[in-house]
Write a protein that binds this ligand. Sequence first.
Ligand SMILES: *Cc1c(COP(=O)(O)O)cnc(C)c1O
Length: 424
Amino acid sequence: MHNALAIKGGQKTITKSFERFNTYNHEEELAAKSVIETGILSKYLGCWHEDFFGGPKVLAFEKAWSEYFNVKHSIAVNSATSGLIAAIGAIGICPGDEVIVSPWTMSASATAILIYGGIPVFADIDAKTFNLDCQSVESNLSPRTKAIMVPNIFGQSADLNRLKKIAESYQLAIIEDAAQCPGAKYHNEFAGTVGDIGVFSLNYHKHIHTGEGGMITTNDDKLADRLRLIRNHAEAVVRDNPQKDLINLVGFNFRMGEIEAAIGAVQLKKLDSVVNQIIRYADILTEGLSQLPGIQTPVISDGCTHVYYVYPLVFDVEQLGISREHIVAALTAEGVPGLAQGYELIHLLPLYQQRIAFGKDHYPWHPAIYDGDVSYNKGICPVAEALHENTFVGLLTTMYAFNEQDVHDIVAAFRKVWANLALL
Ligand SMILES: *Cc1c(COP(=O)(O)O)cnc(C)c1O
C-alpha cells in the first residue's frame, strides 16, 4: 500500500508541519530598539506645524518607499484599510456616488466606499486573472459612477491600461488596492503606482509587514495633501494652514508610529528577496502542476509579474468528475498546508443584502441620498460566484515558511492525488 492515498490510509507525502512565514530577525530588532532608545515613539501633532507630517522614522520610511516604487508621494498609515478610506475621501466621493469595485477582494476595498456614503457597485471578474473584468466594469457604469476601486488581487495587477482608458472617457478616479501585490510589475511601473492612488498593506500576513500598517502612493500633489490631512485630523488643522477652509474633509487618526516605520524601512529592503523567492517557488509549482489534466495554473498577463500573495488554481471539476471538496480533502490528507476553497463574494455579505451600513434607515442606500438601482442579488457576478462555489483553490503562499524541497513535495502530493483520482 506504499502508494495508497493518505486519505485511504496510505502514507502521507508530507509529514512535517510548517512554521509561519517570517522574515524578522536582528535587523528589525535593532531598528525597533533604536526608536525605543530615543524615547520618541511617535511625533505627530494634529495641527499645522512641522510635526504635522510625523516623526523622522515615518518621513524616512516614506522617502524610501517613494524611491523604491518611483512615485512622488508616499503616505504612511496604520493599515491599508485606513489607506483605502483616506483614498476614497481624497478623491471626494460624496453620499450617493457610485464606485465600481470587485466582489473578489478583502471586504475593506468596498467598506472604504461606504464610510463616505458612497455606493459600492460590484462588477464581475475575469476567470483567468481574477481581476476586474473590464467589460463588466463598462456595463456597470452609470451617470453616478465617480471612481473604480481596483484590487490587484493575489499579486497581479488588473488590466490597468484598459481601466485607465475607461476612467479617462468618463472622468473617473482609479484607486488601486495594492495590498497583495507589493513589488509586482505592470509594464515599466509597479502595480499600485499606475492609478491615481495606490494603497499597500503592511499587516502581519502580507509579503512585508510592520505588524499593522499601510502605505498610500500618489503622483498627484493635491491628492497627497488631502491624504495627509485625512490621516491627521483634517478639520482641525486650520490655524496657519494655507488651506484654511477645511470643510467636507473630516479627518481621522490614521498615523503610523515610529517603531513601525523604522521596522518598515528594514522590511522594504527585503522585498526584492521575498518576491524573488515566492516567484521561484511558484514557477516550480506551475511547472509541476500544469502537466496535470483539469487544473488551471496561474495565468500571467502580458507585461506583468505576479508576486503570489495567493497561488491561484482552478479545478475543472466537470472534466475531473470529482468535487473540489473531495480533491482538497485528499491533498490536505497528503500534508499540503494552506489550501483555501473559494475566496470572497462581498456582495453577498448581510450588510449588502440588507442594505444597512449605518443606522436604521438603510443609509447610504436611502432614497433621499441615492436614486440609483444597484443590485446585490446573487447572480450579478456569475464568474466570481462559480469560482467561489465550485472551482477555485488558493494555495496560501505567503502563509508558511516553505523551502524549495517543500514546494517539490507539494507537487508530488498533487501528482499522487491526480494518479488516484478514480479512487476518490
Ligand atoms: C490585507 C488586505 C487589505 C487590508 O489590509 P489591512 O492593512 O489589514 O487593513 C485590503 N485589501 C486587500 C486586497 C487585502 O488583501
